[in-house]
Design a protein around this ligand. Structure first.
Ligand SMILES: CC/C=C\CC(=O)SCCNC(=O)CCNC(=O)[C@H](O)C(C)(C)COP(=O)(O)OP(=O)(O)OC[C@H]1O[C@@H](n2cnc3c(N)ncnc32)[C@H](O)[C@@H]1OP(=O)(O)O
Length: 287
């Protein structure tokens, strides 16, 4: 696995980063897509299932892409389309994200997307990764990750892109931004999101050592907010969501918006994109 990742970084990321062109706003506003969501969704069977309960205003998004819910371009495209539909639906106020797979929430970016692909394809893939984060972190909905399995790297990013994290209390499940262990570097906006979640020092240690935390250790550093038995993860997420939805939407959204504006680097700006490019290029150089 590590070898494939090393090779994928060599062949893929330089192409990926030269292709970056994202112009989205940050903050808790619905972000308009900068790539055509409709263009690419080639899968025959849906990788994502969404159930919206119109009586509660809460949608449950289930990732169902075996074996490990890896974030391929098709997966990310489908994810973003679903998020966008829910965002536009005024009856939907809350979103719970979980997995139908046993033991895995998401294995993170699909390593096959980073290996031996054309620069164009890599660029499209990287934009989709950015879009996923922008849409989730910038969502107007209250978002809860019901983490019912391991969630490394991009899977962790997806989790910390949510407002609240509930993880199954199982020490065999791990979560964290383990990129450096794979010889790659988490982009600065992964770092920002982690700092916003666990604070500066914990994020620094976590990123430099590429730490994967067991569920109990993740709770200790605040990477997740709550641990629950496996069979209670969804019901706890539903109960927690009702507390979040008791807060008037506008107040919660403005509060989140202010927090993000003051605590997150501006990915949409040119200089920030160049920094993204720089960090990954240095990383590739040293592989
Ligand atoms: C600049 C930012 C860059 C990167 C951010 C990233 O997200 S890079 C991706 C990093 N991801 C990882 O390091 C996770 C690697 N995977 C795992 O640790 C385990 O697979 C996991 C998720 C804990 C599940 O373990 P389990 O024992 O249940 O499954 P197994 O390892 O046997 O894997 C089953 C098959 O899935 C394939 N696979 C695993 N991860 C990925 C992935 N990220 N992308 C694509 N495919 C993945 C694995 O190769 C197995 O395939 P098989 O054909 O059955 O051998």
């Amino acid at each position: 696995m590590a070898n494939v990742l090393r090779n994928s970084a060599k062949f893929g990321f330089s192409g990926v980063l030269s292709q970056l062109s994202i112009h989205s706003r940050h903050g808790r506003e619905c972000v308009s897509p900068c790539f055509s969501l409709q263009q690419r969704n080639n899968s025959t069977s849906p990788k994502i299932k969404v159930d919206l309960d119109s009586s509660t205003g809460v949608a449950v998004l289930r990732m169902q892409s075996p074996p490990v819910n890896s974030l391929s371009l098709d997966f990310l495209t489908e994810f973003c389309i679903n998020l966008e539909k829910l965002e536009m639906d005024r009856s939907c106020r809350g979103l719970i994200i979980t997995s139908t797979l046993s033991k895995v929430f998401s294995a993170g970016l699909d390593i096959m997307e980073m290996y031996g692909k054309s620069p164009e394809r890599c660029g499209e893939f990287w934009k989709a990764v950015q879009e996923m984060w922008l849409k989730l972190y910038g969502s107007n909905m209250a978002t809860i990750a019901a983490i019912n399995g391991s969630s490394p790297a991009g899977g962790c990013l997806m989790s910390i892109g949510c407002d609240y994290r509930i993880m199954v209390d199982n020490p065999r499940y791990s979560i964290g931004l383990n990129e450096t262990q794979l010889g790659i570097v988490a982009p600065f906006w992964f770092k920002d999101t982690l700092v916003n979640t666990v604070g500066n020092r914990a994020a620094e240690l976590s990123l430099e050592l590429g730490l994967l935390y067991s569920a109990p250790d993740a709770l200790k550093i605040g990477l997740v907010d709550q641990l629950v038995p496996e069979d209670q993860v969804l019901s706890t997420a539903q109960d927690t969501m009702s507390k979040w939805l008791a807060i008037p939407d506008h107040a919660r959204q403005i509060d989140q918006c202010v927090y993000i504006i003051y605590n997150t680097s501006p990915l949409p700006l040119d200089h920030a994109r160049q920094m993204d490019q720089c960090v990954i290029s240095v990383c590739i150089y040293y592989i």
